[in-house]
Design a binder for this molecule. Structure first.
Ligand SMILES: Nc1nc2c(ncn2[C@@H]2O[C@H](COP(=O)(O)OP(=O)(O)O)[C@@H](O)[C@H]2O)c(=O)[nH]1
Ligand SMILES: [Mg+2]
Length: 360
């Protein structure tokens, strides 16, 4: 038997526990005097004459396909802890949601891709991400994998990976450019609030500032960084080091120029050293007039909002993500699935591993 807290740990009005495995009902019945059925029953959990909490108890399908009892109790961390330790003392091994999903794979109730989707669903950041992951949790990808008849089918599934992976784990978009070109202003415009400090003083931003955003329902992590000019002191050297680190983790880089100042030597040299396959060039402050047109760069104004829709589209295009999803369609959404399907394209039979295999 297993016992787990399946609501978020920490403070909340209520908390939900699952006890699963043969004998779960009998175990909870030692603490709860009423009959345990599909309809929730309200009452007290009592252990050795002492009330643990006032709860709702019912029998549920659960994650593992085994006998499962759900206990809804009050959310106080100490109270939840007490109930879990009593359940443990009575013979249930303590685990968490991941442990329950793992057990579900062990019993054959869930296949591996469905368990992966159930595990990622609580972290879904947009409605589209939640919809797509819910479908995969209910078996859309598993069915497509089971029906796969050859490399062609594997290729078709692989084509869904750029959208699926981006929905399941946000890609990182990092802003860079010389001091004062308007990186923080653009960052704030894209996150739609005043998150980063903006000032006419160069060197305002030091540490990278991170925020989650959604472009057309695709969740992304946006990172604002310090300017990339030659450092004049230790603090600037550290800022630039942090900027380099952030750029190293980027899936897409937005590199800004200032329309008034034009492209200058140090930033062009920095741009050359970036060596990143997805750099989008932007020329900002076009509202204030331009000295030199920068042909390749997309003209924008972070201040007035001009060109920001084009920035969003360019980012998704660079990530090869088309935010089109038909309800119920299979999508590949983990690196493990993608790796195995690539092998399937080369002719290896990976069905068993995709559906039963271990985590990554
Ligand atoms: N006219 C104009 N000014 C801007 C624009 N974007 C930023 N600025 C100004 O440029 C200065 C530097 O902006 P900031 O976002 O702090 O630049 P950062 O150092 O690259 O982060 C501020 O005074 C901003 O108000 C823009 O699109 N148009
Ligand atoms: Mg800044």
């Amino acid at each position: 038997m297993l016992a787990a807290l399946i609501s978020p740990p920490g403070r909340g009005a209520l908390a939900v526990l699952h006890v699963c495995g043969a004998g779960s009902k009998a175990l909870v019945a030692r603490l709860f005097p009423k009959e345990i059925g599909d309809a929730p029953r309200h009452g007290r959990l009592v252990h050795e004459g002492e009330t643990l909490d006032e709860v709702m108890v019912r029998s549920v399908p659960g994650f593992t396909g085994e006998e499962t009892v759900e206990i809804t109790c009050h959310g106080a961390v100490a109270g939840v802890e007490r109930i879990l330790s009593v359940l443990e003392a009575l013979g249930a091994a303590r685990t968490d949601e991941t442990g329950l999903l793992e057990r579900g794979v062990e019993t054959g109730h869930l296949d591996r891709t469905r368990a992966e989707a159930w595990g990622l669903l609580p972290k879904a950041l947009t409605e589209l991400a939640a919809l797509a992951l819910q479908d995969q949790a209910e078996g859309a990808l598993s069915r497509a994998v089971a029906a796969m008849a050859g490399p062609r089918d594997a290729e078709r599934l692989l084509a869904t990976a750029s959208l699926g992976l981006a929905l399941a784990s946000p890609r990182r978009v990092v802003l860079a450019g010389a001091p004062n070109v308007g990186k923080s202003t653009l960052f704030n415009a894209l996150v739609e609030r005043d998150r980063a400090i903006v000032s006419p003083q160069p060197g305002t931003t030091r540490d990278p500032v991170r925020e989650l955003v959604a472009f057309e329902q695709v969740p992304l992590e946006l990172v604002d960084t310090a300017g990339v000019e030659a450092p004049r002191d230790d603090l600037e050297r550290l800022s630039i080091e942090r900027t380099r680190e952030a750029l190293g983790e980027a899936d897409v880089i937005l590199f800004l120029f200032d329309a008034e100042a034009g492209a200058r030597g140090p930033e062009l040299r920095f741009l050359e050293t970036l060596n990143h396959r997805r750099v989008i060039l932007l020329v900002n402050k076009v509202d204030a007039g331009s000295k030199k047109p920068l042909l390749e760069a997309l003209p924008i104004s972070a201040k007035t909002g001009q060109g920001l829709d084009a920035v969003r589209r360019k980012v998704l295009h660079a990530l090869e993500v088309r935010p089109e999803y038909r309800e119920g369609a299979p999508v590949v959404f983990t690196a493990r699935q993608e790796r195995l399907l690539r092998e399937a394209v080369r002719g290896r039979d990976v069905k068993e591993e995709l559906l039963r295999g271990p985590v990554a």
